[in-house]
Design a protein around this ligand. Structure first.
Ligand code: GLC
Length: 422
C-alpha cells in the first residue's frame, strides 16, 4: 500500500497524464474531452501543486460559455471517435463545439477555494472569472428555477447519469424513434458497471429532442420529455451562490442580486422535502411526483445549508450499513446495485462536497470521519472513477482525474483544508 507522500505523487502524475494542454480529460479512452464539473475539481486539485495550470483549466472551461450564460457539460476540443455522442449528434453550432446541456455548477466554489489558497494571483484570477460565473448562475436562476429548486432537462446534467432518481421520469419517455447508434462506453468499461440500453436509448432521445428544439430553453421547458428538480443541483447551486457572494465581497462587488438568488433557492429547496418519506428527494416537474429514493445527492443538504436532524438520522443509518461510505443510493433501496455507476457505488467527489457541507455547518467531527473514510478507500483501492461501497472494489475508469484532484485538495492528510473565508 502506498503511503501519503507516494499517493500525493501518484495523484499528481495522474493529473499530468490526463492534461491535454489547458484542460484535463476525466480519464483517457472512456472520457476523451473536457467535462464541466470534472474540470472544476481538477483545477482545484491541480492548483495544490501548480497554480498556473489549475487556473488555466478553469479559464478554458469558462471560455466555452455560451452567450446565454450556460456553461456546457462537455467541450469537444479535439475530435475523438472513441466517444459517443460527439458534436455531430449534439449539433449546437457553438465554437468550440460543445454539448447542449450543463452540469453541476461547482466552479464558483472551486474558484473561491483556489482564490483563498493563492495569495499572489488569486484575486486577479477571481476578478477575471467573476462575470462569467455570475452569468452562469443567472442563467440557472432564469431558465431552470421555475419551481424554486433547480430543474434538469437531461439526467446527464445532474452528473448522476443513471441515478434511481430518474427512473419514473425516464419511464415516461418513448424511445422508439431513437434509431440506430453505437455506444462507445461499453467498449472501455464492463457493461455491468454502466447504464443499461433502456437508459441509453432515452439519453439519446433527449439529446435528439434538444437538438430539434435548437437548444432553446423556453421551448425545452414547455415541450421537454424530461424535467426533474434535482436536490444535488439545487444544493450545489446554493453553496455556489454563497461562495460567489464571498468572491464578490473580496472584489468589492455588490452582492444583492446573488443574495436574492440564495433566498429563492432556500425556499425552493423546501419543495424537495418528501414529507411522506421524510427526506430530500427528486421531484418530477411534469407529473408532480417524487422519485421516492434517498441518494448521496440528498446528503448534500448541509452543503446547501439546508440540513436537518432527520437527514442526520438517515445519514447515520446509511453509514452503519456501508463499509466505504457514502453510497450513491440507500443500500436499503431494492434497486441498490453496488457496482452500477450512480445506483449504489461511492464517489469521492460527492463525499468531498458532503464533507465540506458538514464543515461549513460546524460538524467538524463528521467532516473528519468522512474525509478519513474516503482517504482509506483511495489508499486501499486506488484512484478509480468510483467504488463498491461494500468492499471498496474500484470500478469504472481508472487513473481518474477527479479522484486524484480530491485526494490532493481534500482527502490526503497533506491537503490544505482551506474552506473558510469571510
Ligand atoms: C459520467 C458521470 C459524470 C461525469 C462524466 C465524466 O457521465 O456521470 O458525472 O462528469 O462521466 O467523468
Amino acid at each position: 500500500m502506498l503511503n501519503t507522500q507516494e499517493l500525493d505523487q501518484r495523484a499528481r502524475e495522474i493529473i499530468r497524464q490526463n492534461d491535454m494542454g489547458g484542460y484535463t480529460v476525466p480519464t483517457h479512452g472512456l472520457y476523451p474531452y473536457q467535462w464541466n464539473w470534472d474540470s472544476a475539481f481538477s483545477a482545484w486539485g491541480t492548483a495544490t501543486f501548480d497554480t498556473t495550470t489549475g487556473w488555466a483549466e478553469m479559464e478554458t472551461l469558462m471560455n466555452a460559455q455560451w452567450d446565454t450564460g450556460m456553461v456546457p457539460h462537455i467541450v469537444f476540443h479535439k475530435l475523438d471517435p472513441g466517444y459517443f455522442p460527439g458534436p455531430d449528434v449534439w449539433q449546437t453550432g457553438h465554437t468550440p463545439p460543445t454539448s447542449g446541456i450543463t452540469q453541476p455548477p461547482v466552479a464558483a466554489s472551486m474558484v473561491k477555494l483556489m482564490m483563498l489558497d493563492d495569495s499572489e494571483n488569486g484575486l486577479q484570477k477571481a476578478r477575471d472569472l467573476f462575470p462569467k460565473l455570475k452569468a452562469w448562475h443567472a442563467w440557472f436562476m432564469r431558465e431552470r428555477c421555475e419551481s424554486g429548486a433547480v430543474a434538469i432537462m437531461h439526467p446527464w446534467e445532474s452528473g448522476r447519469d443513471n441515478a434511481r432518481d430518474w427512473d419514473g421520469a425516464m419511464a415516461n419517455i418513448d424511445p422508439s424513434n431513437v434509431g440506430e447508434y453505437t455506444r462507445r462506453d461499453t467498449s472501455h468499461v464492463d457493461s455491468s458497471m454502466r447504464p443499461t440500453k433502456e437508459d441509453y436509448d432515452r439519453f439519446i432521445t433527449l439529446v435528439h429532442q434538444g437538438r430539434d428544439l435548437h437548444w432553446d430553453q423556453s421551448k425545452i421547458r414547455e415541450q421537454g420529455y424530461f424535467r426533474v428538480a434535482c436536490p444535488g443541483m439545487t444544493f450545489i447551486l446554493m453553496r455556489a451562490n454563497l461562495d460567489l457572494a464571498i468572491i464578490a465581497k473580496s472584489l468589492g462587488e455588490p452582492t444583492d442580486e446573488i443574495d436574492a438568488w440564495s433566498e429563492t433557492l432556500q425556499k425552493g429547496a423546501t419543495t424537495l422535502w418528501n414529507a411522506e418519506r421524510q427526506h430530500y428527494d427528486s421531484l418530477d416537474l411534469r407529473t408532480g411526483e417524487f422519485a421516492g429514493c434517498l441518494s448521496n445527492a440528498s446528503f448534500l443538504c448541509w452543503y446547501g445549508d439546508a440540513g436537518n436532524d432527520t437527514m442526520f438520522e438517515h445519514y447515520e443509518r446509511v453509514l452503519s450499513i456501508s463499509k466505504y461510505p457514502v453510497p450513491s443510493l440507500d443500500p436499503a433501496d431494492p434497486h441498490f446495485d453496488s457496482l452500477r455507476y450512480w445506483r449504489g457505488p461511492t464517489w469521492g467527489i460527492i463525499n468531498t462536497l458532503i464533507g465540506q457541507g458538514f464543515h461549513y455547518n460546524g460538524y467538524d467531527d463528521k467532516a473528519t470521519t468522512l474525509r478519513k473514510a474516503t482517504a482509506d478507500l483511495i489508499q486501499e483501492h486506488g484512484f478509480a472513477e468510483y467504488f463498491d461501497p461494500n468492499n471498496g472494489q474500484p470500478a469504472g475508469g481508472s487513473d481518474f482525474t477527479w479522484t486524484a484532484a480530491i485526494w490532493l485538495a481534500w482527502a490526503s492528510p497533506s491537503a490544505p483544508q482551506t474552506l473558510d473565508s469571510e
